[in-house]
Design a protein around this ligand. Structure first.
Ligand SMILES: Cc1cc2nc3c(=O)[nH]c(=O)nc-3n(C[C@H](O)[C@H](O)[C@H](O)COP(=O)(O)OP(=O)(O)OC[C@H]3O[C@@H](n4cnc5c(N)ncnc54)[C@H](O)[C@@H]3O)c2cc1C
Length: 505
């Protein structure tokens, strides 16, 4: 038996967002002589959706050295400051989940504790008035955050909305220029070594064989390597996240306004997304097939578009859940092959990003020690569960009166991890973030309050500061945030100036 050697050959199967994100990140290894090959089949379409992101995407692009304005131009991209949730607590209501933080903590006590205390007497307005991103969302404005932490506009935080196929094409160009080799063809056979069950190679139509040491499964819902070949198994979360289908269609954007946010509107049997890009708007209706027929869902979507549909609506079927082992033997699953959580908080692309980062940090050698694999799987499991809980919160804490779906999810048993968070927040607005949890306290606060989870009291430490002083501070924050947001350029003007594409090109 030979001593373990550094990995010399990596094969990525699949050329959707996951495949090309992995290829772009791993292209760095080609400088050390590692062969990185990506296999994709033009005959098998990518999932064709996945256009809204969350702020950490900026560090992914930044690490690759991608110029932001060029990236926005090439992907018809827009800025996303958060999500506009409509009708989620009850019919007709609306709240923002903005990316930036709320107000400023005072003497180590969280801002929302002071807000809660004043809100009791009507001396504080809605929490969104104390968040710069939310104020900019309301006005449709955007300006990049200042790098000076003393400046008010340093409180801006943002992500992107982009055309998923253009992003994959952009990353493909990036990766190929840095030595990744693309092989076109359909994988028809995946031979496995007898002695340890590792994948030896992938065999393409026409009997082309591509050997490798480490395989990355980016084949989407098919999970061709990790599950069809290695049988890594599936854990379903469909009892908590009951939507199992989506119908999607892009439509024309009827006017110049481009909202700097994604909109998620609750509907009787699910919810509808609206993602504005420079050249069009992406739309989809995520629904529970037990509560509405496919035809009715399609009609519902078409009846709620801002402009003319640009193609026939297409349907996707899925189940919420995760791969029991995201890394199994010499194969790591990224993207849809590793699990699925519905796109309510735009987290899937982020989970690809963290998957690639973890893999880079735990890159194995040919010995494939279980130490690295187990750590990867532990971290992946925790991250998936944390995101899952956050998404369940949106459903569970609702007071909608239409549709059986909303009653079921309100009455269902929720994971113990989420139950603890809800109880703590309901009591005195307390929140603790565990193990590098993706969503920060401000996100949980926005969604808890937005969904009508209102703390019964506040932290007693908020009483240690004079109420009149708190009042003055809150009023000042609201005024300064409103003024700062109103002097920002309109989002579409900023795009036209810095990253013109679509109608601005
Ligand atoms: C309805 C919906 C909405 C979504 N919205 C968002 C969102 O707003 N934000 C977000 O972050 N995420 C979103 N996602 C998730 C996001 O779309 C995916 O995480 C992302 O596109 C990655 O997909 P993928 O690359 O894993 O799979 P795919 O895009 O399905 O790509 C699979 C690739 O594998 C290749 N392939 C498959 N079989 C073979 C074979 N035998 N041989 C060769 N090649 C093969 C295909 O050709 C293709 O290139 C959404 C998902 C759904 C279903």
């Amino acid at each position: 038996m030979t001593a373990p050697q550094p990995i010399r050959s990596i094969v990525i199967v699949g050329g959707g967002t996951a495949g090309w994100m992995a290829a772009a990140a791993l292209s760095r290894l080609t400088r050390t002589g590692v062969r990185v090959t990506l296999v994709e089949s033009d005959a098998i379409a990518t999932v064709g959706v996945g256009e809204a992101t969350i702020p950490p995407i900026r560090s992914f692009n930044g690490l690759l050295g991608i110029d932001e304005n060029e990236f926005l131009r090439r992907t018809q991209g827009t800025i996303k400051l958060g999500i506009d949730f409509q009708g989620w607590d009850h019919e007709g209501d609306r709240y923002f989940h903005p990316f930036g933080e709320f107000g400023f903590d005072i003497e180590g006590v969280k801002f929302h504790q002071f807000w809660r205390k004043l809100h009791e007497t009507g001396a504080a307005s809605g929490i969104g008035d104390y968040n710069l991103c939310a104020m900019a969302m309301k006005l449709g404005r955007y300006q990049p955050p200042s790098t000076d932490p003393g400046s008010v506009s340093s409180r801006m935080a943002y992500a992107y909305q982009f055309d998923a196929s253009l992003y994959a094409a952009f990353l493909r160009e990036f990766a190929e220029a840095r030595g990744v080799v693309r092989q076109e063809g359909k994988v028809v056979h995946v031979p496995v070594r007898g002695e340890d069950g590792h994948i030896e190679a992938v065999v393409l139509e026409g009997d082309r064989r591509i050997e490798g040491e480490l395989f990355i499964d980016c084949t989407g819902f098919r999970a061709l390597l990790i599950d069809q070949t290695l049988g890594a198994g599936w854990e379903s979360w469909a009892h908590w996240l009951q939507c199992d289908r989506a119908v999607a269609v892009p439509c024309a954007a009827p006017d110049e306004t481009i909202t700097p946010y994604t909109r998620c509107t609750a509907r009787t049997a699910g919810w509808q997304w609206r993602i504005p890009l420079q050249h069009r708007i992406g739309n989809g209706y995520v629904y529970c097939s037990g509560d509405i027929s496919d035809d009715a869902a399609r009609e519902m979507l078409l009846a709620n578009l801002d402009g003319k549909p640009l193609r026939d609506p297409f349907m996707l079927k899925f189940e919420a859940g995760r791969r029991k082992l995201a890394w199994h033997r010499n194969c790591v699953a990224l993207g849809l092959s590793s699990g699925f959580l519905e796109p309510l908080e735009s987290t899937s692309i982020h989970l690809i990003q963290t998957g690639v980062s973890k893999l880079m940090a735990l890159l194995p050698d040919t010995g494939f020690s279980p130490v690295e694999r187990d750590e990867y799987n532990r971290l992946t499991d925790t991250q998936m569960e944390q995101v899952r809980d956050f998404i369940i919160l949106h459903y569970h804490a609702n007071r909608r009166t239409d549709g059986d779906l909303w009653r079921r999810v309100r009455e269902m048993e929720i994971p113990e991890t989420l139950r603890r968070k809800l109880d703590l927040f309901r009591n005195r607005g307390r929140f603790f973030r565990y193990e590098d949890e993706l969503f920060a306290e401000s996100s949980w606060i926005a969604v808890m309050l937005g969904q009508g989870v209102y703390p019964a009291g506040w932290d007693p430490l908020a009483d240690a500061i004079d109420t009149a002083q708190i009042q003055k501070t809150l009023d000042r924050i609201r005024t300064i945030f409103a003024q700062t947001a109103s002097t920002m350029p309109r989002h579409e003007d900023w795009l036209a100036r810095h990253a013109p594409a679509g109608r601005f090109a």
